[in-house]
Design a binder for this molecule. Sequence first.
Ligand code: UD2
Length: 290
Amino acid sequence: MSMRPEICPPPWIIPPRRRDVVTVTPWLAPVVWDGTFDPVLLDGLYRPRNISVAVTVFAVGKYIRFLEAFLQTAEQHFFVGFNVHVYIFTDQPNEVPRVHMAPGRQVTVRSVPSSRRWQEISARRMELIQTLIEELRNHMDYIFCLDVDSQFHGRWGTESLGGLVGVIHPGYYRDRRTKFPYERRPESRAYLAPEDGDFYYCGGAFGGQLQEVHLMAKTCRRDFEADARGGIEAAWQEESHLNRYMWIHKPTKVLSPEYLWQDFKSREPEIRLVRFSGVTKNYAEIRPNT
Ligand code: UD2
């Protein structure tokens, strides 16, 4: 049977060349994999708009040691040629390494208290992201919130922009959703039932337009604090609340695990390119508590 001419793709529109992975969600959000986008075309669309991208990164306690490689590799791969403003939250502002940055790119250091519990550092990120966005409104267009113990290895650019952007967690993308480590206790505000959930999203990388990320950070913070008043901490702190939020408020763009891989994991055939990856670390040595 021949295709009706009006629905034939015109020859200059090349459909995604990936058949081995999901490239669109049931709610019609793109899932970004290598081979599904044209980077030159996308950069050409965004460049005349002179967009600016904020980044938050937390480096508290011994995690300060990861900052230099994070910043250096961001210069090589993250929104190269665009305006980027990295906000570093640390308890050791004097130890922040000096990294040469290209024109249009800068760093701001913010002091935060140290903590005796890694869970607290992780969980407080939503509160600080919320308040930062309240300050930045009208100054930046997009924001990405990233784990510091990670490095860029490949392009992360305009293909990742969207309203609300989630990254599929590298540890669970091949699993059935009943295996996802969502918060399963109904008394937590991060609760998801066994039949709920689309993907398991990372707490270590997320972003989007300022107002969208602001709403998510505010909601996750509010729910985390309400849980704390009720004496409960979700299984994976803010990551659990983020997963609940993204189940209800679907991301408008989903990034594949290319956008947050883990160095200790062997590469799977569908991962043609690792763009950003968590370094292998000894938790017992690096965290303030076990
Ligand atoms: C996972 C998540 C992370 C977070 C955490 C649970 C991924 C791949 N990683 O990472 O985002 O959800 O589980 O809460 O999604 N930090 C400090 N100092 C500390 C401890 C943490 O600055 O002493 C900051 C730092 O920016 C770090 C982040 O918190 O990158 C996450 O902590 P983690 O790296 O210990 O968590 P991890 O790798 O298990």
